[in-house]
Design a protein around this ligand. Structure first.
Ligand code: NI
Length: 183
């Protein structure tokens, strides 16, 4: 099931998510929905708070940009080591149409539980490392524009407010004559 993605600024996107206490069927359903929602929006990562669920859960799939990348669901991810620096142009499904350079660690080691609840650890670099840091940020109420200058962030905030205002306006009623003419 597709879930609506919250658009920044939204109070829920600023909140800290709570740990998942049991990896049960409700969590697996959420994972399935999050993958569906992420693929539908052409994203490479999605965090549960972006669909309004304040739980520590993220999904990632950096293919086809990364050859051989597999879909990954991470429950309660914790970055336990980080090395080097890398700058990538980042975007976010909650901040559509925006892209800004962000400096992050080049390589990270992350501990998490998989969909069966098993403890896993992964060390990775490249786009996946960037995506993991971006999504884990979401679990702490941080979005990528929090890493750019205040000036850039405020410009983006204005554009997002305009975008949201346009979305909330009711669609204009189509004249009956036009509908008839199209048949
Ligand atoms: Ni994001």
């Amino acid at each position: 099931m597709l879930r609506p993605i919250l658009i920044w600024p939204d109070p829920l996107l600023k909140k800290k998510a709570q740990p998942v206490t049991a990896v049960d069927d409700s969590v697996r359903t959420l994972v399935k929905d999050m993958f569906e929602t992420m693929y539908d929006a052409d994203g490479v990562g999605l965090a549960a708070p972006q669909v309004g669920v304040l739980q520590r859960l993220i999904v990632l799939d950096t293919s086809p940009r990364d050859e051989g990348a597999q879909p990954l669901a991470m429950v309660n991810p914790v970055i336990v080591a980080a090395e080097g620096t890398a700058v990538w142009g980042e975007g976010c499904l909650s901040i559509p149409g925006e892209n800004e350079d962000v400096e992050r660690a080049a390589t990270v080691t992350v501990r998490f539980q998989d969909e069966s609840g098993a403890e896993r650890q992964l060390t990775t670099g490249g786009l996946l490392a960037i995506a993991i840091q971006h999504e884990v940020d979401h679990l702490d109420g941080v979005v990528f524009v929090d890493h750019v200058s205040t000036l850039k962030r405020e410009l983006i905030r204005k554009r997002m407010k305009k975008l949201k205002a346009a979305d909330e306006k009711p669609a204009p009623a189509r004249p009956a004559a036009k509908r008839t003419a199209r048949r």
